[in-house]
Design a protein around this ligand. Sequence first.
Ligand SMILES: [Zn+2]
Length: 413
Amino acid sequence: MSRNRAVLTAAALTALLTVFPATGSQAADAPSAGERIAKALRDTPVYVDKAYTEAVPPSRQRELTQQIKKTGLPIKVVLTPLTKGDPFNGEADTLASVLHDRLPQRELILITTDGVFTDSLNGYEWPADTHQTRDAVAATGFLDEMRDAGLADLTSKAVQLVAEGNGTEVYEEATEDLGEGVPEQPTPTKKPEGSAWPVMAAFMGLALAALTTVALVAYRRRHRRRTSAMTPALGAARAAEEAEVRRKAEAEVVALGEAVRTADAATAPDLSRALDAYAAAGKVLDEARDLTDLAGALALAAEGRAALTPHPSLPLCYFNPLHGQATTRTTWRRLGHRESVTVATCPTCTTTLATHRTPDSLTELTENGHLIPYYEGQSIWAATGYGSLPGDGMASRVARGDLGRDKDRETSA
Ligand SMILES: [Zn+2]
């Protein structure tokens, strides 16, 4: 590679890193952003960010305020976009605890937007979950009647369920028949011709990192068109969710590329494993068809990062990699299965398992339009548990074509 090319790609990388906000660097701004929202909540129980005023206009905000007053409960609603890199680092939990710290009420029920699933709400309650707030609010995302509901209706339903106080029962009932009547499967979109990733995978070291950056720019340009073509079929909510996860995955893959590029071959614990994970993450990102694939790109990026750090770390959460890095390993026996498996779990899923319930998992849209937990499917992700399960790893399976996209291309050509 010529020196000029290297300089150019370094510039491209810098530009990309500027486009993708650094993760977690602005958490220090949380107090001021939190203070602003908390202050607004002293006058009214409903806070709606500018980004959501179209979905929840002032008239609906007043209705929600009235509804909340009638319940007599200390309910506060905060509808604000959450993305990684924002003052709350895209975490509803962080937003909630910052607000809890800043609000004078000892008893507080908080309903907020979610960082990952932009069409869902989260419920929090202090000092204890007396009104089953967590389940009541989570249930709104699974009720048949709420399938096409806008944010205002969803919030109103959440307030109603919290007031009724039997959210756990509603939640269990609503999630019992998961998979019934979900929207039709989106029409598969045409693959862009050719793919840069297999070629990229042939390169190693610096060349790989630098060249892949260029491929990623091309990929992003291509994908922007693909996303808009997909939107009508997917429905705005699912598309928005996918777009957000895709952005996260792209940022993580770029970050891994940079980490690989700057890694010292002499001291990096496992540079070749990092490179394998990087190549696989790029391939998955390029060929991703849905959320389960995008989560796979995230999981591979995490695996690559782990290979570059001296301290062994756990993979992303088995139940849903979008929950973030796991903090513990837990033994879990699937309903109807005799054998138990040991999986890596995030704090939330660990708690859920401890109470003998099945954690909310990432879902896969089956060919006949049903949503099933991804681990009940046949994908490479079900086989690897996103890095939790023993056996062949994600990177080697992607490298040998287990993603199955190469086959698709042959048959559709
Ligand atoms: Zn989890």
